[in-house]
Design a protein around this ligand. Structure first.
Ligand code: AP5
Ligand code: MG
Length: 215
């Protein structure tokens, strides 16, 4: 399976990518997760990315395309397929991805647009926590861990993302409208897009994605 998940901050892209990996063995490639790992490792790329991410802005196209391209071209991804979460996020990134997949003779199956109201997004982002080790995603109200601040799966501490502050969230939503809604249209024009209702329960969103990907 080769899928793209398109959707605003907090819509559930990471949650669905993890479910697709656990159940179907599809490889999740999340640009945000990769950038955060670079920031934690204090690499040059991490420092550059952080200067944009902390303000809710997009990291420049050139470095983002190069970083994702390396992973998409890997042998593992060729064999396992992928679910892209957070990439492409601009039309320029989408065009670069299309060219890369064409050159590799690995056509995309579908692009999924996960959609929900801004009000729901704000509720989700304000309660989100993630595992520092395995990346499992929680929510203080809808998916609390069994022990406060500790991951159910691997017992590591949970953290709150530094870009989940109210002003940064507002800027991320604005940036999504401006840069990423045209990506949705890019794939709609190619007849590859289907829409799922991100307000549904995670299991229902998952079924909509898997059924839509087949169709
Ligand atoms: P990124 O990490 O991609 O963040 P994002 O797109 O803002 O999306 P989020 O990770 O916040 O949300 P999500 O959709 O994954 O939701 P989640 O599953 O966690 O990017 C971060 C930054 O990196 C960007 O702002 C940018 O600076 C930079 N960047 C990344 N990619 C880039 C690119 N390609 N180009 C340039 N810059 C880039 O769910 C959210 C919460 O809701 C969780 O608590 C979860 O438990 C809960 N939840 C999920 N689904 C449901 C459901 N169905 N019902 C109820 N609760 C749910
Ligand atoms: Mg995410």
């Amino acid at each position: 399976m080769r899928l793209i998940l398109i959707g605003p901050p907090g819509v559930g892209k990471g949650t669905q990518a993890a479910m697709l990996e656990a159940r179907l063995g599809v490889r999740p490639l999340s640009s945000g997760v990769i950038f955060r790992a670079e920031i934690d490792a204090d690499t040059d790329l991490g420092r550059l990315a952080n200067s944009y991410i902390k303000r809710g802005e997009l990291v420049p196209n050139g470095v983002t395309i190069e970083m994702m391209g390396k992973r998409i071209r890997s042998e593992e991804v060729r064999k396992q397929g992928f679910v892209l979460d957070g990439f492409p996020r601009t039309v320029r990134q989408a065009e670069a991805l299309d060219a890369m997949l064409e050159e590799m003779n690995m056509p995309l199956d579908k692009a999924v647009s996960i959609e929900v109201t801004d009000e729901v997004l704000l509720q989700r982002l304000s309660g989100r926590m993630g595992c520092t080790k395995c990346g499992e995603i929680y929510h203080s109200i809808t998916k609390p861990p069994k022990r406060e601040g500790i991951c159910d799966k691997c017992n590591s501490p949970l953290f709150v993302r530094s870009d989940d502050l109210p002003e940064t969230i507002r800027e991320r939503l604005r940036v999504f409208q401006e840069n990423t809604t045209p990506v949705r249209e890019h794939y709609r024009a190619k007849g590859m897009l289907f829409v799922v209702n991100g307000a549904d329960e995670p299991e229902d969103v998952y079924s909509q994605i898997v059924n839509g990907a087949k169709g």
